[in-house]
Design a protein around this ligand. Structure first.
Ligand code: 3H9
Length: 678
């Protein structure tokens, strides 16, 4: 087998080049090639400096994740990197694309780093439930200081070449199109000087001088880190860089790395990494399906949803025409969009120039004819089949042939909506989640007649606007809401049987959700859809509305809220629920948190199994992608289907039976065969 590493001589400089598509992951052959390349340089007196660079779209994007969990093959990355750093001939990393994880660690082991302006550099291991495992937690703080290293190691977001230069991680920014030549010139300029090894740096002493920075960092990032093991280990490793010798620090890093690698969180997060990429592929739609150019988008409805949807495209530089029935609603909608952008600018995440740029792409109209030349129109009107059909019939009439017509319905039958048009092949569901400009998930609902190019275009577009897409077949509620309704039904039953509603919320919170169903009701507003007739009370929610309890917006819903929006369970609500239970003749009993958890989550898994059996989802991991990105299912459990596999499907079936709940045929079959979800 030919090595992915080759070397080229440029006078007295040896250039070691990796060509391991798609992302130059540091698999065994790459590691071995790097070690051999360094040996070649050291063994040849006529070579006086070394440059390491990559072919293709990026510098090394990290260790090869597909090797994780398999028997280690030498040389390990730390071994290869120690050899590299030990060289007394200067070694320069020449970075383009994304130097991530092990790739960043290669750069740290080099004596110098140069990068093109568009390069990004970072240690995203925490996002895989890990910490850097090739001395990154020890070399980085010694090079840039503990304070600068903390976010890189414990949050894991990559930084630009410019920022990296500002903190001392990059020595020089070179020409976008002259990386190799500039790196060679840089390497040559270092010949004859003592090399600079980051393992010998002292910048980490900032953490010794001010040990508070670690607690401060934990306090600032507490919410982001909640429930995750890796960020805490990352902070501990960076702290150790100030407390221990380099050799002992590396040992400590290895210990923490191995603990995480063997734990369930990292397995779940690695599952998710591949799940997100798999969800992007539609099994029976060829990868080379020609795409429909999307140069202009129409949005019907300028309410919260329509406005949020429009922002996705505006932010991606795609012009949008937004339509409403009344001028007032249109004006309100566009001013909310502007305000949202201005708030983003106030927080420093956008410049005012960018705000004006995005707003400049927005046109508003009351006239359907203005949508004629759109390539895609997304309808976000009231959830009512007749209304949707009227909108689609109108769109079919005015919008040019070959344009895609999408519904943002969260529940209704997309095939029925398509019958209102003469172009069912161009109709599909694009289900955004509220707030649509923030939430990552896009459920792409494939109708019976939706064309391949319409699907492929929607997938590509999702990526362009920064969404994570998953395909669903047509069924009530699609993947996400169909499973949610199972959880909600159990939540409602549980409180009728005597469970405290705050225990129901707390169980989900403890599991890792950002909030439970009753907190969610309070946040969204309990009065949504309320008929406003206090004399007609048939549900707990209606009773709460009749009692003037509308949710967080008026300081009381299921909970009472203080100024800081802290919740306290309410005796009044407890009584309302007890009255309802008595009226329905429900016996009350104490219900344990274990029972609550099982009854909330196992029926969701069961529904997921049905969704798979009916082929409404392509694969179990797509369901995980939906729940993690759309409903706050904790990433570190891998999503409902992966989690069920770790619990054991036989345990899920037994749990359902214990609570008198039906287990689907498909779930039983998998459990009986001793399988998990693939
Ligand atoms: C690490 O380094 C640990 C060390 O500290 C310790 C060592 C001891 N391995 O995302 P894309 C595949 S942990 C294997 O669609 P993009 C990916 O699955 C690692 N495969 O492209 C996909 O395959 P397919 C730390 C990988 O342009 C294809 O490449 N590094 C790896 O949107 C294209 O990927 C990271 O966590 C990998 N490391 O984004 C970085 N990376 O075509 C992870 C990608 O079959 N990677 N693949 O579906 C990324 O963030 C993005 O892939 C990247 C490109 C930004 C590089």
């Amino acid at each position: 087998m030919t090595s992915p590493i080759r070397t080229e001589r440029h006078g007295d400089v040896l250039v070691i080049i990796s060509d391991n598509p798609p992302v130059n992951a540091l698999g065994q052959a790459v590691r071995a090639g790097l070690a051999t390349g360094v040996e070649q340089a050291l063994g040849d007196d006529s070579i006086r400096a070394v440059v390491i660079r990559c072919d293709g779209r990026t510098f090394f994007a990290g260790a090869d994740i597909t090797e994780f969990g398999k028997a280690p093959q030498s040389p390990s990355l730390p071994e290869a990197l120690d050899k590299l750093e030990a060289s007394d001939k200067p070694v320069v990393a020449a970075i383009h694309g994304t130097a991530l994880g092990g790739g960043c660690e290669v750069a740290l082991a080099c004596h110098y780093r140069v990068a093109v302006p568009s390069a990004k550099i970072g240690l995203p291991e925490v996002k895989l439930g890990l910490i850097p495992g090739a001395a990154g937690t020890q070399r980085l703080p010694r090079l840039v200081g503990a304070e600068a290293a903390l976010p890189l190691v414990a949050v894991g977001d990559p930084i630009s070449a410019k920022k990296a230069q500002a903190i001392g991680l990059i020595d020089e920014i070179v020409g976008e199109d002259s990386l190799e030549a500039d790196a060679i010139a840089f390497a040559r300029s270092k010949i004859g000087q003592a090399v600079s090894r980051s393992s010998e740096g002292t910048a980490n002493e900032d953490g010794i001088r001010n040990p508070d920075i670690f607690d401060q960092f934990r306090a600032q990032n507490g919410r982001k880190m909640r429930g995750f093991d890796a960020p805490n280990a990352a902070v501990a490793a960076v702290k150790a860089a100030g407390e221990l010798s380099y050799a002992d620090g590396v040992k400590k890093e290895r210990e923490l790395f191995m603990q995480l690698m063997n734990g369930t969180q990292s397995k779940a997060m690695r599952h998710y990494f591949f799940a997100e990429r798999a969800a992007n592929k539609i099994n029976d739609v060829p990868a080379d399906t020609p795409l429909i150019p999307i140069n202009k988008v129409g949005v019907i409805g300028a309410g919260t949803m329509g406005g949020g949807i429009a922002m996705n495209f505006l932010s991606a530089g795609i012009p949008v025409t937004i339509l409403e029935m009344q001028q007032e609603a249109l004006d309100r909608g566009t001013s909310v969009i502007r305000k949202n952008y201005e708030n983003t600018a106030k927080r420093g995440r956008m410049t005012m120039e960018q705000v004006e740029g995005a707003m400049g792409l927005l046109t508003s109209t009351l006239d359907y004819a203005d949508l004629a030349d759109c390539d895609l129109v997304i309808e976000a009107v009231y959830e009512n089949m007749d209304v949707k059909k009227q909108v689609f019939a109108k769109l079919d009439e005015v919008v040019k042939q070959g344009a895609i017509l999408a519904s943002n319905t969260s529940y209704l039958n997309v095939d029925e909506i398509a019958t209102a048009t003469q172009r069912p092949g161009y109709v599909l569901g694009l289900h955004f989640f509220s707030p649509a400009n923030v939430m990552k998930l896009l459920e792409i609902v494939r109708g019976a007649n939706t064309r391949d190019d319409v699907l492929a275009t929607s997938m590509k577009l999702a990526k362009k606007i920064g969404k994570v897409a998953a395909v669903s077949g047509v069924c009530p509620g699609f993947i996400g809401n169909r499973m949610l309704s199972q959880r909600q039904a159990q939540a409602n039953k549980l409180i009728m049987e005597g469970a405290n509603y705050w225990d129901v919320d707390d169980v989900l919170l403890e599991f890792g959700f950002p909030m439970g169903p009753f907190q969610m009701g309070d946040l969204a507003g309990i009065d949504i859809g309320w008929h406003r007739d206090p004399s007609k009370v048939t549900t707990v929610r209606e009773a709460l509305c009749a009692a003037g309890r509308f949710g967080q917006k008026n300081g009381k819903g299921f909970y009472d809220y203080d100024e800081a929006r802290n919740r306290t369970p309410s005796d009044e609500v407890k009584q309302i629920i007890a009255d309802f239970a008595a009226r329905e003749g429900n016996a009350q009993r104490d219900i344990s948190k274990d029972e609550i958890r099982e009854r909330l989550l196992y029926p969701m898994v069961n529904e997921g199994a049905k969704i798979l059996e009916e082929k409404m989802a392509q694969r179990a991991s797509d369901i995980d992608v939906v729940w993690i990105n759309g409903y706050g299912w904790p990433l570190y459990t891998g999503g409902p289907m992966f989690w069920a596999t770790t619990v054991g499907l036989d345990a899920v079936v037994a749990g359902l039976e214990k609570h008198g709940l039906p287990a689907s045929h498909y779930l039983r079959q998998k459990a009986d065969a001793g399988n998990g979800f693939d």
